[in-house]
Design a protein around this ligand. Structure first.
Ligand SMILES: Cc1cc2nc3c(=O)[nH]c(=O)nc-3n(C[C@H](O)[C@H](O)[C@H](O)COP(=O)(O)O)c2cc1C
Ligand code: SF4
Length: 421
């Protein structure tokens, strides 16, 4: 039985941005109207009821984040929608921008009411350049129809959105690096002396959220926090957009209730492994996520059960690898990504990635030593604990989980060249 749901994805492929009436006829902007009636505390209460956690990867409770942010005073405040979506194997935010941009705009406006901000930016990754103009057009139409701009819905509230293009760096998805790059500096994470909600863009109070989080806010206000919380498990309430890809019959972005098993996702929703092959492993949460062996397929897809097994949901990517994939080759592609994307600001990540790449190359070519295995484990743990930002902290996750679940694949590559020559 296919357990997909359509709460956040309800409007996918159901309307064109022009005329805007098509979106309005689907209940569009009702959540925004409700938000004005509820006011900041009412919105926060609904979000708390819903149990929504940030969908950008860190899973911080959105109601709590917005409540803390709403307490920050300031005449000029900023909303940022993080649409950098640079995590490999992740494309669910693209679906939202492509198939329901008004829901994201509505979510940004609701965030603005809560935070009392008049200025908003959406930072869309450069690779989604085909969506930049579409989103700009949607903003313009929302403005012309009184849902953005000055005196929104005759409430006296002003809020406008500007589309900002990223320049292709993965680390710029990290909110402080994103802000640095928006300020025209090189995109490197900031030392977090203050919360972004206190000192963000141009040192102004800034509330930054992921695309899916903001879309979920719209859906939650539309249906009610309690209604949303009926989906999912006691501590992972609601639904999640997943990006299913790799050796799978039906790749795509799907919305699932938390609590569905990985097996149900792969076989019932994704139609099973491609070409009738056997599943070897999954990678959850993109390149920065853990390798999950087929033996764990009956785990529930929810924050708590996965966490108990050392796995994070992260971006919501689920990459499927069949029996023909060698673990060390897969890890090499992950490692090449991090070597390329490390911004170089801190030593553990800059040098750790270089050294791990060198050692991993020896495993790929079958010329590794026993010490090499200890070395990559040691370097990985240093990176995990000593890196400056999440990129370096999570870069070795795949490697460490692969050593745990597939140790044989590493041992097979030790002195293989010499043994066979
Ligand atoms: C290296 C790195 C890349 C990130 N990339 C993204 C991204 O592309 N999109 C995103 O929303 N969050 C990304 N994040 C997480 C953000 O820093 C931040 O936690 C998130 O945007 C907050 O929004 P949320 O509370 O709605 O999840 C990234 C974090 C790190 C460390
Ligand atoms: S962990 Fe990596 S990406 Fe993050 S600051 Fe250090 S070098 Fe840059």
């Amino acid at each position: 039985m296919d357990r997909t749901v359509n709460i956040i994805s309800k409007n996918f492929k159901k309307y064109d941005i022009e005329p805007i009436d098509e979106y309005i006829s689907l209940g569009g902007f009702d959540a925004l109207k409700k938000a004005f009636d509820l006011g900041p505390q009412g919105i926060i209460d609904e979000l708390k009821l819903s149990g929504l956690k940030g969908r950008g990867g860190a899973a911080y409770p959105t109601g709590k984040k917005w409540e803390q942010a709403a307490r920050v005073s300031g005449d000029k405040k900023i909303i940022i929608c993080n649409a950098d979506e640079g995590e490999p194997a992740t494309f669910k935010d693209r679906y939202l921008l492509q198939y329901d941009p008004y829901k994201v705009i509505e979510g940004m406006a609701i965030a603005a009411i809560t935070f009392n901000a008049n200025e908003g930016y959406i930072y869309i990754r450069e690779e989604y350049r085909h969506l930049h103009d579409k989103f700009r057009k949607a903003v313009q139409l929302a403005k012309e129809n009184g849902f953005l701009g000055e005196n929104i819905l005759d409430t006296g509230f002003n809020f406008d959105i500007t589309v900002f293009s990223g320049a292709g760096a993965y680390v710029c998805g990290e909110s402080t690096a994103l802000i640095e790059s928006m300020e025209g500096k090189s995109g490197r994470p900031r030392l977090k002396l203050n919360r972004t909600s206190e000192k963000g863009l141009y040192q102004l109070p800034t509330l930054a959220n992921n695309v899916e989080t903001l879309a979920a806010v719209t859906s939650i206000l539309y249906a009610g926090g309690e209604e949303y919380a009926k989906y999912g498990t006691p501590s992972s309430k609601g639904t999640k957009l997943i990006s299913l890809c790799g050796n799978i019959n039906k790749p795509g972005a799907y919305e699932v209730p938390f609590g569905v098993t990985l097996r149900e996702i792969i076989y019932d929703i994704g139609g099973g492994v491609k070409d009738g092959k056997t599943l070897k492993f999954l990678q959850l949460g993109g390149a920065s996520g853990a390798i999950v062996p087929a033996s764990l397929l009956d785990l529930k897809y929810c924050y708590e059960e996965l966490k108990d097994n050392g796995i994070d949901i992260g971006s919501g990517a689920i990459l499927v690898a069949d029996e023909t994939n060698r673990v060390v080759d897969f890890l090499k592609s992950v490692q090449d990504f991090f070597l390329h994307e490390s911004c170089g600001k801190c030593t553990p990540c800059r040098e750790g990635n270089r050294q791990i790449t060198k050692v991993l190359n020896r495993f790929v070519s079958g010329d590794a030593s026993v010490e090499d295995l200890q070395t990559i484990e040691k370097f990985s743990n240093i990176m995990k604990y000593a890196s400056f930002c999440g990129l370096g902290k999570t870069a070795p996750t795949a490697l460490l989980s692969a050593i745990e679940h597939f140790p044989i694949e590493f041992y097979q590559q030790i002195h293989k060249v010499r043994k066979t020559s």
